[in-house]
Design a protein around this ligand. Structure first.
Ligand SMILES: Cc1cn([C@H]2C[C@H](O)[C@@H](COP(=O)(O)OP(=O)(O)O[C@H]3O[C@@H](C)C(=O)[C@@H](O)[C@H]3O)O2)c(=O)[nH]c1=O
Length: 183
């Protein structure tokens, strides 16, 4: 597997080497040596799965310390556009976002460390989103930043349908007013 840096320090793409033959394909989705070499976690608290239809946008979510979660995300059916936003106040890329397509076809994973907000939108008819988190779900520490905040300027894909958001996400906090305790 290749582990590739992104413009946001600490956010890494895990790109598998796919071996195809007449039976189908094979790839390693986790490798202890490769993950350890790049300081990726090898132990997680939770494994989560969500299914969403086209136009669903979930995010931008994070949990405050001491429950800040690192997330290793991937898509097992369909396709999404996945976004991480740097909320680490001392980071040179504070307030910057990075996005990429994750799909069942490209089999990429994205590692989003603690101190980032995360969100995605579904660009295929539906998508199954799988992710591991390093710490427990702590609803009282959970926060949502407004997905389309002009200050962040995230370039979400343009879809031929309406966005579908939870009430929580429709009422996300503007980036400038969001509570953050990451360094
Ligand atoms: C995230 C989560 C939710 N839940 C429950 C609470 C709620 O009743 C139901 C749906 O929760 P939500 O609406 O928060 O689900 P969702 O909007 O999919 O939230 C997720 O969005 C993506 C972008 C992330 O980055 C995740 O960390 C998580 O915040 O599932 C858990 O039991 N455990 C969990 O870890």
């Amino acid at each position: 597997m290749n582990i590739i840096e992104t413009p946001l320090p600490g956010v890494l793409i895990v790109e598998p080497k796919i071996f195809g033959d007449e039976r189908g394909y094979f790839y390693e989705s986790f490798n202890l040596a490769a993950f350890s070499k790049h300081n990726l976690p090898t132990l997680f608290w939770q494994d989560n799965i969500s299914r969403s239809v086209k136009g669903v946008l979930r995010g931008l979510h994070y949990q405050l310390n001491p429950y800040a979660q690192g997330k290793l995300v991937r898509v097992s059916e369909g396709e999404v556009f996945d976004v991480a936003v740097d909320l680490r106040k001392n980071s040179p890329t504070f307030g910057k976002w990075f996005g990429l397509t994750l799909s069942a076809e490209n089999k990429k994973q994205l590692w989003i460390p603690p101190g980032f907000a995360h969100g995605f939108c579904v660009t295929s008819d539906f998508a199954v989103f799988n992710y591991k988190a390093t710490t427990k779900y702590a609803p009282s520490s959970e926060r949502a930043i407004l997905w389309n905040d002009a200050e962040l300027g995230i370039e979400w894909p343009k879809l031929d349908c309406d966005w579908i958001l939870s009430e929580k996400d429709k009422n996300g906090t503007p980036f400038s007013k969001a509570e953050m305790n990451f360094h």
